[in-house]
Design a protein around this ligand. Structure first.
Ligand code: PEP
Ligand code: MG
Length: 757
């Protein structure tokens, strides 16, 4: 069964459009279950109807023409119940609905299984048989398993299908793809797909107005590839047996006009460019090989892929890979790298979209620093179909809209205007103190990682640095930076902010933050070797970093604070403190005149929440890393868009934990802050002020909106809101309540409205 499943999924995955995917599904299921009928009905959400989309065994002419209302017939019944319906004699069932055109009168046995993706019924998969009998348990289990697996594929194919290659870009309907917010802001522009060389799957579909020229290019590439294969064969002829050399002959045959070459040329003649045509044909051959029973033949798929890559390399070499960037470029890539977007003139680059990566990826961190709206981790995005297509990048919600509708464009244009007007309107707050209406002071600090963050933050009235992510510098290198190199960078940062507080976090790698030169391969990296765990295991890295930090402050005299990430026990704190003390003693012994830095701990795992009092006794301050704390408390991967809805800042458990940490720190008369993204959310900031957080540290873009929110409430009022919220038992209610209070306080403009779906 597993084998059949694997093959069907593989074939369907490779289908070029939804229609082909559904045809493959009904064919394979009918064959595998030996049943007389297999059909698929898909829900058309705009029309609230099930559409008869594919069949084997019923009338083909009805495909696409027959629809059922939501609750109509047995198909509607399956969708309504969202569970299988298995009937021995379907026509006798009260919900049976006869539709003449479909031709299902002769069939009695009926098994319908819902196709469900992300809790939504996408459609219904049906098998039918003449013989009146119940499908047995194993048949039912097979169909349920297939349907569960196919749901994601169908959802993807449906979204992709709506984008299928078309000359008229306006013709395709809008599709929304969810990813992760990478950098805030909205961009409305044109997709330019950037792809690494010789990677077939990343080649975009593209129209050519000159097929003859593409065919010439392609034939030249084939000619060169043939030459290359012959040369390889000659070179190896004295080392390989004649039968093994046959492989090269097979390669050459595949390149014949009657095989791959001919098929590619046909596609080019239909309007596809050479690289896109090559990709399509190679992928479909690879899929057929991989679907074969015989393991040897399956392996031959790899040969075809290799051949395809060789030809592609020739095509790309001849190609002028100078991309043309329109003034409204949105750069889209499988895995964007800083080098890729560095190539786009800044005044033309409106947004970034990366299929891989997360909000805390290197690219996202740089994009935030540069103010480029970015969406990361849009796993379902069919980038090969996006070349030159209109796109909206919503860096707030972390989603991408392809072929946006007029109402969506209007919504986002308005949002952009609102954001710009808001930013401008808030400018005047930058030199005002961050105090509540009744005079309670809250410190607003910034999170930084690059030098370019410094001037932007100071411009917006930052009062200090609550989190300097030192790993950014490490990530931009191709080896560990030396102590001296680090000292230079840290000194620049300290100087920019002196005499303010500058909180430098010791190296926080692991999880999703990788150093190319220090790979960490783990099954479960977020629960693995991360943050302080790595640096305590490598004291040489820790010591040189801490020394660089302390020495960088000599003569600068900022308030240096050293902060430890991912602490889960007091032993780690004791050990790190011992190493910091050792560094300081050595530096003083060397004759330097520099103050001992304050030492603090990030509270980002639940264990640290409940040991906050024991921890704070040992250090000078605490800072909550809510990004990680939320993921560990709620067991929700912060980078996984599939569970993004469960990642809730206002979850009661999170709020109670945050309050617990304040009480612990204040019981010891020590200050505490919070430096996760939550601190930059104005709604959350009001609650954090009420809890007693002394410092809120955030991305510089959020400084002014948060200041506005704090200046709009009295502390006592915020405390009443907090008391109310701490009695609530779910995040959506809490969010609604706070939003309502914000609107009443005149902050409606920073309460985000959900975009049209
Ligand atoms: C956090 O976890 O909240 C935090 C600020 O650290 P990072 O996002 O870098 O993990
Ligand atoms: Mg963290």
């Amino acid at each position: 069964m597993l084998e059949i499943l694997r093959r069907v999924i593989q074939e369907v995955n490779k289908a070029r459009d939804l229609g082909t995917a559904l045809d493959i599904i009904v064919d394979r299921i009918q064959e595998a279950m030996g049943t007389q009928v297999c059909s698929v009905y898909l829900l058309n959400e705009e029309r609230d109807k099930y559409v008869f989309m594919a069949t084997r065994g019923l009338n083909q002419s009805a495909v696409g023409n027959v629809t059922l209302e939501l609750g109509e017939g047995l198909v509607g019944y399956v969708g309504e119940r969202a569970e299988p319906v298995n009937l021995e004699n379907a026509p006798e069932h009260r919900r049976y609905h006869y539709i003449e055109e479909v031709g299902e009168e002769p069939f009695n046995a009926f098994l319908g299984v819902p196709i469900i993706h992300h809790r939504r019924v996408l459609g219904v998969l049906v098998v039918q048989q003449r013989l009146a009998r119940r499908y047995d348990e194993s048949e039912e289990a097979f169909l349920i398993t297939l349907s569960a697996q196919l749901a994601g594929v169908i959802a993807h194919a449906r979204a992709t299908g709506s984008l299928a290659l078309t000359g008229s870009v306006q013709a395709a309907p809008a599709s929304r793809f969810q990813g992760k917010a990478g950098a805030p802001g909205v961009a409305i522009g044109t997709a330019i797909v950037i792809y690494p060389e010789a990677e077939l799957h990343t080649v975009p579909d593209r129209f050519t107005a000159n097929p003859a020229a593409e065919i010439t290019l392609f034939q030249q590439a084939i000619h060169e590839t043939r030459g290359e294969i012959r040369a390889m064969s000659d070179k190896l002829s004295d080392r390989l047996r004649p039968e093994d050399l046959g492989l090269f002959e097979a390669y050459l045959h595949m390149l014949d006009d009657t095989a791959i070459t001919g098929e590619v040329i046909e596609l080019i003649e239909a309007g596809q460019w050479a690289q896109g045509a090559l990709k399509a044909i190679i992928e479909s051959h690879v899929a057929s090989f991989q679907a074969m029973e015989d393991a040897y033949l399956r392996e031959r798929g790899t040969d075809v892929l290799d051949l395809g890559r060789r030809v592609l390399a020739k095509l790309q070499r001849g190609e002028d890979r100078q991309y043309v960037y329109p003034p409204n470029t949105i750069l889209v890539g499988e895995e964007l790298t800083p080098a890729m977007f560095a190539g786009v003139p800044r005044d033309r680059l409106l947004g970034l979209v990366s299929v891989k990566g997360s909000g805390s990826s290197h690219v996202a961190i740089l994009a935030k620093a540069m103010g480029i709206p970015t969406v990361m981790g849009v796993e379902d995005l069919p980038i090969h179909l996006l070349e030159s297509k209109p796109l909206i990048v919503d860096g707030f919600e972390g989603c991408v809209i392809t072929h946006p509708r007029a109402d969506q464009i209007t919504f986002y244009n308005d949002l952009k205007l609102d954001e710009d007007a808001l930013t401008e309107g808030l400018e005047e707050l930058k030199d005002q103190p961050c105090v509540s209406l009744d005079g309670h002071r809250v410190r607003l600090w910034v999170n930084t990682g690059l030098m370019s963050d410094a001037s932007r933050s100071l411009d917006r009235g930052a009062e200090g640095v609550g989190l300097y992510r030192t790993e950014v510098h490490f990530m931009m290198n191709d080896r560990f930076p030396t102590e001296e190199e680090q000292k230079v960078i840290y000194r620049e940062h300290l100087k920019a902010f002196a005499p303010r507080n500058v909180t430098m976090r010791t190296l926080d790698i692991g999880g999703d933050k990788a150093l190319s030169y220090f790979p960490i391969q783990e099954e479960n990296p977020f629960l693995g070797w991360r943050g302080i765990r790595v640096t305590l295991d490598h004291p040489e890295i820790f010591l040189s970093q801490v020394r660089a930090m302390i020495r960088a402050n000599e003569g600068v005299d900022a308030y240096l604070r050293i902060m430890l990430p991912m602490v889960s026990s007091v032993t780690e704190v004791d050990e790190a403190k011992r190493l910091i003390d050792q560094c300081y003693a050595e530096i003083i012994e060397d004759g330097a005149k520099v103050a001992m830095p304050a030492v603090g701990v990030m509270i980002e795992v639940p264990a640290a929440v409940y040991q906050a009092r024991d921890i704070i006794k040992r250090v000078d301050f605490l800072s909550v890393g809510s990004n990680d704390l939320i993921q560990y408390m709620l067991a929700v991967d912060r980078n996984n868009s599939r569970v993004a809805e469960l990642y809730q800042e206002f979850h009661p458990a999170v709020l109670h934990a945050l309050k617990h940490v304040v009480d612990a720190a204040h019981a010891e008369n020590k200050p505490l802050g919070i430096c996760g993204e939550m601190a930059g959310n104005p709604a959350a900031a009001i609650l954090l002020m009420a809890m007693g957080y002394d410092v809120l540290s955030m991305n510089s873009n959020n400084l002014l909106p948060v200041k506005w929110a704090i200046r709009s409430f009295e502390l006592t009022q915020a405390q009443q809101m907090l008391a109310q919220v701490l009695r609530m038992d779910n995040a959506p209610d809490i969010k609604t309540y706070i939003d309502e209070q914000m609107r009443k306080a005149g902050l409606g403009r920073i309460v985000r409205t959900r975009p049209p779906q």
